[in-house]
Design a protein around this ligand. Structure first.
Ligand code: GLU
Length: 423
């Protein structure tokens, strides 16, 4: 039995949640003695990222990269630039990547990384220097066969380009497969930018139908209007769902008859926030969006937004986790008691890493697929994963989260056991 961290009493600590979910899954599987092996990251690297600011002063930032598991292939996962990045969070996010990759059956282990900074306080030139120094500090552990970063909160295809360039210059040749989520002009995949959202919407529509809710005219809210939430809201509206509320870190807007999401996206492009959108009413507290009377709630921002303090107020019939870890274990229990169907993050938001895998395959073969090829293959994988999770949940009489975890943990544990312990 591993030593509990002092923070393990906190409902909102993502590592506590991740370890609890692993423990619950192992309790369903006949895999004695696997908890420590699967709860402990294989490798953790913490680096200083000294940054020369535009004013000439030097600031020393801290970065991490955690490779949680390598049994099924190279480590894979995003890099976050956020003031909230800390090692326990990165460990949890890396663990979730392992289960996500296993669940959708792509040949990777899980990783995550990040630099603790608020990108809004830094110029583009400064962010470029951060990305390059962080990459250069991690050179020994990155590589297309070792560990392949991708965008996450606060990073984008430009950051991926700088990371790819830094890695390549140091290796002496272009290595397209070292990161995914690159611009299409630089070996990115068609369809990658909207892949997470596309996957979220695919399973959200499947979950509504599973619940017997007609998609056309159903009511949804999306928390977060970034890389995941924005295209999810657009694609939901395209599918006939009424997106009645959307929030970002600055506030929320609400329109009971359904927002014009395309107009909202144009407003965000022009102003940087959903706040002030003329086609809707402002909500006093952005979090109130979580408690609307809805068919579908998509938390697509950060961890622990549905927690012990507020889960009893959630009235949505279906919660689809666009973010990683938005529901704490205590909240999970409350939602289950209230009959809410929760589609877990490792299934719901796996579309991003699925198309990252497609990007890596294309880069390694130097042969590029059409956008419809990418989207069709993504839809096929999401559908297969959805069906296997629902089937397992029904067979075992358990939640979708527990079922998804059981499938994923079993795959990873069996890969580990088949390889055997070295030496
Ligand atoms: N950051 C994304 C996630 O959490 C994508 C990771 C990837 O594509 O490697 O799933």
């Amino acid at each position: 039995m591993t030593t509990l961290l002092p923070t393990e009493v906190e409902d909102r600590n993502p590592l506590v949640a991740a370890r609890r979910q692993l423990r619950d899954a192992l309790a369903e599987l006949d895999l004695p003695g696997m908890f420590d092996m699967l709860a402990t990251p294989r490798r953790e690297v913490t680096v200083s990222v000294p940054l020369r600011r535009d004013d000439g002063t030097v600031e020393v930032l801290i970065g991490h990269r955690v490779q949680h598991n390598l049994s099924r292939g190279p480590a894979k996962g995003g890099v976050r630039f956020s003031p909230h990045v800390h090692l326990d969070e990165v460990r949890a996010l890396a663990m979730w990547m392992t289960w996500k990759c296993a669940l959708v059956n792509i040949p990777y282990g899980g990783a995550k990384g990040g630099v603790t900074l608020d990108p809004r306080n830094y110029s583009r030139g400064e962010l470029q220097r951060v990305a390059r120094r962080y990459t250069s500090e991690l050179m020994p552990v990155l590589g297309p066969a070792t560990d392949i970063p991708a965008p996450d909160i606060g990073t984008d295809e430009q950051v991926m380009s700088w990371m790819m360039d830094t890695y390549s210059v140091n290796r002496g040749h272009t290595v397209l497969g070292v990161v995914t989520g690159k611009p299409v002009a630089l070996g990115g995949s068609l369809g990658r930018a909207s892949a997470t959202s596309r996957g979220v919407v695919h399973v959200a529509l499947a979950a509504l139908r599973h619940r017997g809710v007609a998609v056309a005219g159903s009511r949804a809210a999306v928390q977060g209007f970034g890389k995941v939430g924005r295209d999810a809201a657009l694609l939901l509206a395209e599918a006939g769902v009424q997106v009645v509320a959307v929030s970002d870190q600055y506030g929320a807007v609400h329109h009971p008859a359904g927002l014009d999401v395309t107009a909202l996206a144009a407003h965000v492009d022009a102003t940087g926030s959903v706040v002030g959108f003329a086609g809707a009413d402002p909500m006093d507290d952005g979090d109130d969006l979580l408690f609307l009377d809805l068919d579908l709630l998509v938390p697509a921002a950060v961890e622990a937004v549905i927690n012990a303090d507020n889960a009893h107020r959630v009235r949505a019939s279906v919660v689809v986790e666009g973010a990683n870890g938005p529901t704490t274990p205590a909240a999970d229990e409350v939602l289950a008691d209230n009959g809410t169907l929760v589609v877990p993050d490792i299934l719901a938001n796996a579309g991003g890493v699925v198309v990252s895998y497609f990007e890596w395959v294309q880069a390694n073969q130097a042969y590029w697929w059409s956008e419809s090829d990418v989207n069709n293959r993504l839809a096929e994988r999401m559908q297969l994963a959805w069906e296997s999770v629902v089937e397992t949940a029904e067979q075992r009489g358990t939640s979708l989260r527990r079922a998804a975890m059981v499938l994923a943990v079993d795959r990873v544990a069996n890969a580990h056991l088949a390889r055997g312990l070295y030496p």
